[in-house]
Design a protein around this ligand. Structure first.
Ligand SMILES: C[S@@+](CC[C@H](N)C(=O)[O-])C[C@H]1O[C@@H](n2cnc3c(N)ncnc32)[C@H](O)[C@@H]1O
Length: 286
């Protein structure tokens, strides 16, 4: 349990993930009926990017200047979803006040958007991160934090009484069998709630390769599923993590048309070496 998300908060991968997440929440909220948002790997809920920049929290170079930082300069050309993401980050920062540079994690982003009829459960296994998560969620109604394994929490929380759920699975991929754990959790989650929307984040690295759950998402075995990927450099770049993706099972209708152009745009904006790009592919068509 060495992984700490501080290092990565606001980086290119967070940008892509949080943009897709906001679009998913919008998609879920097109229907009046409430839903459960379940965040299996929540982290501390929010981050101070200035802490990262000052180096008092971290002894390494912050990653956000090449992610969220770039969009604050050139985000205007990115379209509605990008504007929405930038506004969500600014609103969060304003709500926090102070002299830092607050950046919302997935919990703060979603908690701020819950309607009366929605609720959220956030799971975090690391005790310190969990403590900070509880603090982040103070003041957000209809939210609950659980200090436990996120995969087990899926079993405990699905199916929800609302019969509708959006589940974000965002593990650190420290363990070599993480993709297999996600695949098993997804299969189990789909048995419990066949119509549930599941979003899984994954890195694009040599070490992880094509994750087991992406390979498992085949017609006949999975419901409609697409994956959106962003690469900031080509394979020759030598970058350890040169991209990231989000696989979405049972995506809200027509979300692909919104997300695809944003991924392409991010591929241009967030390039770090030749060979960057963005795409969206249906693995199991509707
Ligand atoms: C990538 S970070 C989460 C970032 C967060 N979803 C966001 O977008 O702001 C992954 C988190 O999962 C936690 N974690 C690792 N294994 C876990 C498990 N099995 N169950 C719950 N949390 C876990 C780590 O401590 C870390 O804080």
């Amino acid at each position: 349990m060495n992984y700490r998300h501080h290092y990565h908060a606001g980086n290119f991968a967070d940008v892509a993930k949080h943009l897709v997440l906001l679009a998913l929440v919008d998609g879920m909220q097109r229907k009046e009926k409430g839903f459960l948002y379940l965040d299996t790997h929540a982290g501390r809920g929010a981050y101070d990017l200035m802490g990262a920049a000052r180096g008092d929290v971290l002894a390494r170079r912050p990653e956000w200047p090449d992610g969220w930082g770039r969009l604050t300069k050139d985000g205007k050309t990115g379209g509605v979803l990008v504007q929405r993401y930038l506004a969500a980050v600014s609103e969060f920062a304003e709500s926090m006040g102070g002299d830092g540079k607050p950046y919302p994690g997935s919990p703060a982003l979603v908690a701020a958007r819950l309607r009366e009829q929605d609720r959220a459960v956030f799971c975090e296994r690391h005790p310190e991160e969990y403590g900070a998560l509880v603090t982040t969620l103070l003041g957000f109604r209809r939210t609950r934090a659980e200090e436990r394994d996120g995969y087990e929490a899926m079993q405990g929380n699905l199916p929800p009484k609302e019969r509708r759920a959006l589940v974000l699975i965002d593990p650190p991929y420290e363990q070599s069998d993480e993709s297999e754990r996600v695949t098993a959790a997804l299969r189990d989650g789909l048995r419990r709630l066949p119509g549930g929307t599941f979003a899984v984040w994954y890195p694009i690295t040599e070490r992880v390769g094509v994750p087991a759950f992406v390979r498992a998402a085949e017609p006949g075995h999975f419901p409609p599923t697409w994956k959106a990927e962003l690469t900031i450099a080509g394979p020759e770049s030598g970058l350890k993590m040169r991209g990231a993706g989000v696989m979405v099972v049972n995506p809200p209708w027509q979300l692909d048309a919104q997300v695809k152009p944003v991924m392409v745009w991010l591929g241009e904006q967030l390039q770090q070496a030749p060979g960057s790009g963005g795409e969206l592919h249906w693995l199991v068509p509707e």
